[in-house]
Design a protein around this ligand. Sequence first.
Ligand SMILES: CNc1nc2c(CC[C@H]3O[C@@H](OC)[C@H](OC)[C@@H]3O)c3nc(N)[nH]c(=O)c3cc2[nH]1
Length: 384
Amino acid sequence: RMGLGLPTPDPKPEKFGFKLLAQDGKARRGEVSMPRGTIRTPAFMPVGTAATVKFMYPGQVRDLGADVILGNTYHLMLRPGAERIHSLGGLHKFANWKYPILTDSGGFQVMSLAKLRKMSEQGVEFKSHIDGVKHFMSPERSIEIQCQLGSDIQMQLDECTRLPASEDEIERAMQLSLRWAERCKIEFGDRPGQAMFGIVQGGDIPRLREESAQSLKDMDLKGYSIGGLAVGEPQQVMLDMLEVTCPVLPEDKPRYLMGVGTPDDLIESVSRGVDMFDCVMPTRAGRHGLAFTRYGKVNLKNARHKDDHRPLDPLSHCPAARDYSRAYLYHLVKSNEALGSMLLTWNNLAYYQELMQGMRDAIEAGRFEDHKVEVKEGWARGDI
Ligand SMILES: CNc1nc2c(CC[C@H]3O[C@@H](OC)[C@H](OC)[C@@H]3O)c3nc(N)[nH]c(=O)c3cc2[nH]1
């Protein structure tokens, strides 16, 4: 390749690693690197639960600036099956996404989607919500499935407690999740180019959050997820738990807040030290006619848009935001046309990536607090 005068690719990092590039208060700018690519943090990870980011082509997701997407063990083990994806060359090949993929362990879905569950120390027995077939998910089986999928960043199997819950219930699930983290670490073994993250639990109890974070830190894992939040608690409770949890976690490892969130959740969580996020919000809202913009939310189901020739955002680099009138988007949404979901999903993911890029730039420039005020003023000002 050298002789052909082609650019030599920058050396692919052989090992999974995290570099802290800049800090502004508690807000962090970093990079998570691995053989399949690098994740610029703070990062938003589009959710691709069933090996697809709904209504998006993989190339389109990439062009918006997404460095990594999510897959889901629970959904993929039920359909099309982990063994099948493995025999077809793994999830990256299957979904035609050659960059990093993070998979969740399935614990959250088993508790929220599956029927007839039986929990034990060993794992959880459940029936598929698709065809009623019985499955058993243990910490070992979850890691085995994630390895069959070939995901670059894997999650331990955990038990996520819904809030509100009793202190005893939260403590029991947190302790079980710690024992399962140990078993997942053993099952995962030594895979230099991949990572298995522990998941901090502990509900809305500061003592239990600190204990969970400290115990996982002592396991010396490659990254740390903060779970058990965005499960119905008020935003302030979530933010308070970040204030308790982040200071206990190691500075030199990535922190991933699971299932979060709205643009306001993202900016407030970055300012408390979170690096990575995933949420169905931008994609699911797009399918329900809701647009996220720098001017705040725009509900395209609302008749006030039916004669509005203006685009969602003339300043956006995304065609969905710039080249279509609100009147047209309103028409598509009311007519339940597929293009409505396509354009609003595209717009929303573009806005989420633009929001993260703005935060990365602001942290590097040491002006995160000012940037936070500017962004919130934009939302408050409302429509253009
Ligand atoms: C929304 N709030 C929220 N999501 C959460 C998820 C991911 C849901 C997973 O389900 C799919 O989206 C529906 C995504 O999978 C691609 C996501 O990773 C969690 N996963 C685990 N293992 N443990 C948690 O404590 C947990 C808490 C959450 N809170």
